[in-house]
Design a protein around this ligand. Structure first.
Ligand SMILES: NC(=O)c1ccc[n+]([C@@H]2O[C@H](COP(=O)([O-])OP(=O)(O)OC[C@H]3O[C@@H](n4cnc5c(N)ncnc54)[C@H](O)[C@@H]3O)[C@@H](O)[C@H]2O)c1
Length: 328
């Protein structure tokens, strides 16, 4: 069966429903309100409404500093008494209920039954493939993962991926909607457990736990190794391009020639893939593409500016002396 098409274009959405209003659902509510949408929320917890309003109130000063969309107002939040009421006239639904597979399956079935035909329903799941969650819904074609990062009103990234029964149109519609709603979107063309960013975070997290378990590093050392080290670069340039700069003027190709053999060294418990020609070429070509016309010298200048900006913004650079003070 093909899914009915969404009743409106991503650009025309005005009303969003957020189902499950805890840390993530509440963060989504704050984000959509700040982008000027009417938001209806539903959460079965008896104290959900005051908690949600406290979360939105606490986020609002930061959102105001960031810049609100025209007409954005925290009063445009309605808390519905039932799931059906929450989604009855929604043009997009974001589900953020607890990470329990049976609960998600059942909830997505109920949301699908209650939401207007064709309206896209996205799940905030941290790791379940949509294929496993869409099993009960009458129209699985409109169900998609839209995985955010905490807090969704500040961290731009959303990973969008469909399940085996999600229609390609739903994936494209959701990606476009999130972009229009001010998010930074990665659209994946296949399901991978943990998506992209959590796999990378998880690799670091597991290695850190191994190091603590073995007495190789303390919690404090692990945190400092990132905040005083690579983390300073990752805020504005990802791990691939920053490693390309470790290859000097030779870029990623030289980096791989130089450090490729280290893949055989026991520098992590994670097994390295074989650095064959195909992987080598994919990494080098990927870096060229990501550089998007910038030379190595451009990237070095960008990195250096970025590190200084991050150090300054987080209060880790001594205040610069003025010319007058320097002369004293
Ligand atoms: N916390 C994070 O950093 C993070 C990041 C990305 C994605 N996620 C995902 O977001 C989802 C929500 O996580 P959270 O951290 O906000 O959890 P949370 O416990 O803070 O919030 C879950 C909310 O869902 C409500 N709820 C319980 N049963 C429900 C039901 N049947 N229908 C609707 N709502 C129900 C609860 O009352 C609660 O308010 C999960 O799928 C999680 O994996 C979490």
């Amino acid at each position: 069966m093909t899914s009915p098409t969404p009743p409106c274009a991503p650009e025309d959405v005005r009303r969003v429903a957020c189902v499950g209003a805890g840390v993530i659902g509440g963060g989504w509510v704050a984000h959509f309100l700040a982008r000027g949408y009417d938001v209806t929320a539903w959460d079965p917890a008896p104290d959900a409404e005051p908690k949600l309003r406290r979360l939105v109130d606490a986020a609002w000063p930061a959102l105001t500093r960031l810049g609100l969309a025209e007409g954005a107002c925290a009063n445009r939040l309605t808390v519905a008494a039932t799931l059906q009421e929450a989604v009855a006239d929604a043009q997009f639904v974001q589900e953020s209920a607890p990470e329990k597979l049976e609960l998600k399956r059942n909830l997505l079935r109920r949301l699908d039954a209650a939401a207007p035909a064709g309206v896209v329903i996205a799940s905030s799941t941290s790791g379940y493939p949509m294929t496993d969650m869409q099993t009960e819904a009458a129209d699985p074609g409109r169900l998609v993962v839209g995985h955010p990062f905490n807090p969704p009103y500040l961290i731009p990234l959303v990973e969008v991926v469909g399940g085996e029964r999600t229609s390609a149109g739903t994936v494209a519609w959701a990606s476009r909607f999130y972009e229009v709603a001010g998010k930074s979107v990665i659209t994946m063309d296949r399901e991978v457990p943990g998506f992209i960013a959590n796999r990378l975070q998880e690799a670091l997290w597991r290695e850190a736990l191994h190091m603590i378990a073995n007495g190789e590093a303390t919690v404090r050392e692990i945190d400092a190794s990132i905040t005083e080290g690579p983390g300073l670069r990752w805020a504005f340039m990802g791990p691939m391009l920053t490693f390309a700069l470790a290859g000097g003027e030779g870029g990623m190709a030289h980096m791989l020639d130089h450090f490729g053999p280290s893949l055989k060294s026991p520098w992590t418990r994670l097994e390295a893939p074989e650095l064959d020609r195909k992987l080598y070429d994919a990494v080098v070509a990927g870096c060229d593409e990501a550089a998007d016309g910038r030379t190595i010298a451009d990237l070095v200048a960008e990195r250096d500016r970025g590190v200084i900006d991050v150090l300054r913004a987080t209060g880790r650079l001594p205040r610069q002396r003025t010319a007058g003070e320097a002369a004293e």
